[in-house]
Design a binder for this molecule. Structure first.
Ligand SMILES: NC(=O)c1ccc[n+]([C@@H]2O[C@H](COP(=O)([O-])OP(=O)(O)OC[C@H]3O[C@@H](n4cnc5c(N)ncnc54)[C@H](OP(=O)(O)O)[C@@H]3O)[C@@H](O)[C@H]2O)c1
Length: 250
């Protein structure tokens, strides 16, 4: 394998947005290497095989076990990437969970996975990002985390009552702002990104939930948005909360 021009790690890459984005990115250039991080190694291997079998894959791929609820797993994954590649060009904090109904347990689980998780992952991989000449850090958020949109009755998800998930994404946005404030001057380009309302396992594994009652679009759209960011096409919007067609208010 020749040295890749960009090494991209996506958390939760075995499913939904992360899986689709892996395919989009690996089809874009033979210089791209996507590390598909997955909490379950068997699911990671299965997803890796599926992407490799897609038509038009030019880049290279690998997997790493990473459960962001487990600090040791996160540290191990960072060590593995360091020993294999010595650097990381793009970190995509994509993995997250969603519960329809909140209890104390689901609230705490959501907070742990959707916030403490990206914090641990970012802390572990940031030193590797600083070994890249042009590093990107992308936080996969949601329009549902926008405080402005949550107060606008014309927005289609305005009336969705989901405090823990929406709060976790609003807080993740603040984390992206903090990262940008501290590290932009050192060359790190940080984005919060909404992937759109897309087909995935986030809402549940039955067809109705996966497709959002038939309204969800393809996660390939999310992959294209991610690709635009990592190829520098969205550099004018660094530090912002971007989506396919522009910038969302925080
Ligand atoms: N789908 C949408 O319409 C939509 C809209 C807005 C934002 N988003 C955001 O998009 C991102 C991707 O979600 P998705 O829609 O693609 O859902 P998904 O299909 O459920 O994928 C989520 C991924 O996160 C992984 N994950 C969950 N907990 C983890 C943990 N503790 N450690 C490591 N990985 C973990 C899952 O692993 P397993 O397969 O093992 O469960 C899966 O690979 C999330 O941040 C979500 O909030 C999605």
């Amino acid at each position: 394998m020749s040295t890749p021009s960009k090494i991209i790690l996506i958390t939760g890459a075995n499913s939904g947005v992360g899986f689709a984005a892996t395919g989009v990115i690996a089809k874009a250039s033979e210089g791209y290497h996507v590390i598909m991080a997955s909490r379950n190694p068997q699911n990671g291997e299965k997803a890796l095989k599926e992407v490799k079998a897609m038509e038009g894959i030019k880049g290279t791929l690998s997997t790493v076990q990473l459960d962001q609820d487990d600090p040791e797993s996160v540290k191990r994954a960072a060590k593995e990437v360091e020993s294999q590649f010595g650097r990381l060009d793009v970190l995509v904090n994509n993995a997250a969970i969603f519960f329809r109904n909140d209890t104390r347990e689901t609230f705490e689980a959501t907070w742990r996975t959707n916030l403490t998780g990206p914090f641990l992952v970012t802390e572990a991989f940031r030193p590797l990002l600083f070994k890249s000449k042009n590093p990107y850090s992308v936080f996969i958020s949601s329009g549902m985390g926008s405080l402005v949109q949550a107060q606008d009755p014309s927005v289609f998800y305005y009336s969705i009552y989901s405090p823990s998930y929406r709060m976790s994404k609003a807080a993740l946005n603040m984390y992206a702002i903090q990262e940008d404030m501290k590290y932009r001057k050192e060359g790190l380009k940080t984005f919060a990104m909404c992937p759109g309302f897309v087909v995935s396992n986030l809402r549940g594994k039955d067809e109705m939930s996966r497709t959002g009652g038939g309204y969800a679009t393809s996660p390939l759209v999310s992959g294209e948005t991610m690709l635009g960011i990592i190829e520098g096409k969205r550099d004018a919007e660094v530090g912002k909360f971007v989506w396919e067609k522009g910038v969302y208010p925080w």
